[in-house]
Design a protein around this ligand. Structure first.
Ligand code: R5P
Length: 310
């Protein structure tokens, strides 16, 4: 078994490899002057099970292409099987036709990974679970709920808690966390007047006098969360903590968070944000490296992955 890192999140890859007591595969990944990607694998991987760690975060197209070329290089080097470990699976939000004549990007990415030669995918908190069905190969979707629940039990247990889903699509995820920490559930009725804009219509549930825990898979522009926090505070919430798996944090998101009434934003390291959030006391990062390393170990040993979440 070998672990190979793309360039999108090398810190996470190193942490995973360290926990597995492995060295990362020696590679040469570089860009030609015109931006094309060159991949060379500097060691024999014939007959090995290789796990390639690469988030398809910003720059999404470059990181995706790099992942595809690494998989192709491994296939042509006679790896026994190739697992694409994609902590953040980009392009997942276009998972169905939302309007006539639009594309389903999550399916296109699945086809690309399949055709490049991946034999399995491991990812974290897929935007929509049904994306697994876009692949005709095993997809292990790992969950951050236990990680978030552990943090909440340790740091916020004395408070009167309520878990809040920032939109109807996130109810299942939020209910999972609420059940684990034995808290109530509230739901925000969010509308998107147009792409990239969000509006809170209603809050379903009583948040008055309570500490709210918002949980979501992605924070991108920050609009959904900042509006949700403002609405919850207006409805009488004491404090609002926000737990997000994939911190895309595009544009002015970090500034928006700084200026908002969020008590704390807790994110994971599926995307490397170390430069963006440096010295930001409102944002805390929980590492998913142990979870990923344990899942990889179990896959390599043909043990259950779902047992990790029971
Ligand atoms: C939407 O369904 C996702 O779960 C997130 O709520 C959304 O992507 C967040 O985007 P933004 O931060 O730009 O509002």
């Amino acid at each position: 078994m070998k672990i190979l890192s793309g360039t999108s999140n090398q810190k996470l890859s190193k942490d995973i490899a360290k926990q597995l007591k492995l060295k990362l595969v020696n590679t040469n990944i570089k860009r030609f002057a015109d931006g094309e990607i060159y991949i060379e694998i500097n060691e024999n991987i014939r007959g090995n099970s290789v796990f390639v760690v690469q988030s398809t975060s910003n720059p999404a197209n470059d990181n995706l292409m790099e992942l595809l070329l690494v998989i192709d290089a491994l296939k042509r080097s006679s790896a026994k099987n190739i697992t694409a470990v994609i902590p953040y699976y980009g392009y997942a939000r276009q998972d169905r036709k939302v309007a006539p004549r639009t594309s389903i990007s999550a399916k296109v990415v699945a086809n690309l990974l399949t055709n490049a030669g991946a034999s399995r995918v491991v990812t974290v908190d897929l935007h929509a679970g049904q994306i697994q069905g876009f692949f005709d190969m095993p997809v292990d979707n790992l969950f951050t709920t236990p990680l978030f629940a552990k943090y909440i039990k340790k740091k916020l247990k004395s408070k009167k808690l309520i878990c809040v889903s920032p939109d109807v699509g996130g109810v299942q995820r939020t209910r999972g966390l609420a059940t684990r920490i034995k808290a109530d559930l509230a739901i925000i009725d969010k509308r998107r007047p147009r792409a990239g804009q969000s509006k809170v219509m209603n809050i379903i549930g009583d948040v008055k006098g309570k500490t709210c825990i918002i949980v979501d898979d992605i924070i991108d522009s920050g609009g959904t969360i900042v509006n949700a926090v403002a609405a919850l505070k207006k409805a009488g919430a004491v404090d609002v903590y926000v737990f997000i798996t994939h911190a895309v944090l595009s544009g002015a998101a970090v500034d928006k968070i700084k200026e908002s009434k969020i008590k704390k934003l807790i994110i994971t390291d599926t995307i490397d944000n170390s430069k963006k959030i440096k010295n930001n006391i409102k944002i805390e990062v929980l590492s998913i490296s142990s979870l990923m390393a344990e899942a990889i170990k179990r896959i390599a040993n043909s043990n259950s992955v779902s047992d990790l979440f029971n």
